[in-house]
Design a protein around this ligand. Structure first.
Ligand SMILES: Nc1nc2c(ncn2[C@@H]2O[C@H](COP(=O)(O)OP(=O)(O)OP(=O)(O)O)[C@@H](O)[C@H]2O)c(=O)[nH]1
Ligand SMILES: [Mg+2]
Length: 310
């Protein structure tokens, strides 16, 4: 089933970003380097109204470096788009980020015209962590779950440089099914809004052909490519002792292990999509969405007209 998550505080954040944007000089959109396409918020483009924008790929330490290079080249080839890769625990790239903001809004700086930066992105991508790294101390609350920041917060990096931390937002309808799974695997979706087993199977389904060695090394499974996702989940459960009385594999526990290993980097540095793959998924998603809209219109038209009341 398609994954959707747009709780109330996200409605409020959408509104808050819409109101704040007029006083902003540069928008930083944080993307997860393991799923750059799926973590880009289509709602944001509308909200930022052509403000200078910088894409930052976070969690690079967990992503496949060759694919991160592909994504950065893909974005930087787009007219008017700038993208930087960052591992938010490093301090030197913080300087690269401040320099990039100054290049994007060269007229800003100094006490009378401070630089005002809005940090946006999906939940749990590392927005608050990056702000803390820039600040050099813990100014914003962080945590390993979606929805830690609940309200916008202004952090002063220097007398003439402010950053607004915002709560993570998704969008009202995720039209690319694979994006829903990748977002859930990454930790951007609230735990009660998806089925762990379904997400783990989709994750294995992608990793089996693309990263078989990583699976083999972690789970000591032989001939990974000959396994279906379900067979591999079963094998992982056995290997890790997730077995119920009677000898049946506890697939819920095995799913939890797989998701945890992906999130923590125990499976190695993995990226779940390339620019080319994501472009294809998006085209399919848009087509399915257009067909859905036509079907919906048809049902509306064919609805029996209400009889006028006597
Ligand atoms: N490995 C790794 N983990 C990171 C990185 N940046 C952030 N994290 C971890 O990701 C989790 C989420 O970080 P936050 O900074 O709270 O994320 P956020 O985007 O502010 O999340 P919300 O406030 O929920 O929208 C924390 O456990 C961080 O330690 C990174 O570059 N690499
Ligand atoms: Mg936060």
């Amino acid at each position: 089933m398609a994954i959707q998550w747009f709780p109330g505080h996200m409605h409020l954040t959408r509104k808050a970003i819409g109101e704040r944007i007029k006083d902003i000089d540069v928008v930083i959109e944080m993307l997860d380097a393991r799923l750059p396409g799926s973590s880009a918020n289509p709602m944001l483009a509308e909200l930022i109204q052509g403000k200078p924008a910088l894409k930052v790929l976070s969690k690079q330490d967990l992503a496949d470096p060759a694919r991160t290079a592909l994504w950065l080249a893909h974005y930087n080839a787009m007219p008017g788009v700038r993208a930087l890769g960052l591992d938010t625990s490093m301090t030197s790239p913080a300087k690269a980020l401040i320099d990039a903001c100054q290049q994007l809004a060269p007229s800003r700086g100094g006490m009378t015209k401070p630089m005002r930066v809005l940090m946006c992105g999906i939940p749990n991508v590392g927005k608050s962590t990056l702000i803390n790294t820039l600040k050099g101390k813990r100014a914003a609350k962080t945590g390993d779950e979606a929805g830690v920041t609940k309200l916008e917060q202004r952090i002063t990096l220097a007398d003439d440089f402010y950053v607004y931390d915002t709560p993570g937002v998704l969008w009202p309808r995720i039209i690319v099914a694979q994006s829903g799974y990748n977002l859930a695997a990454s930790g951007a979706i609230g735990v009660n809004a998806f089925d762990e087993e379904e997400v783990a199977l989709e994750l294995l389904n992608y990793l089996i052909p693309h990263y078989p060695q990583a699976l083999q090394a972690r789970y000591k499974a032989n001939d990974v490519p000959s396994h279906s996702d379900e067979q591999l989940l079963e094998a992982i459960g056995r290997q890790r002792g997730a077995v119920q009385s009677g000898g049946r594999v506890n697939t819920a526990k095995a799913a939890d292990i797989v998701i945890h290993d992906f999130r923590s980097g125990a499976l190695g540095r993995l990226t779940l999509e390339t620019p080319q793959e994501f472009t294809q998924w998006l085209a399919k998603g848009k087509q399915a969405d257009a067909e859905r809209a036509v079907r919906k219109e048809g049902t509306e038209k064919n609805k029996p007209k209400k009889k006028p009341r006597p």
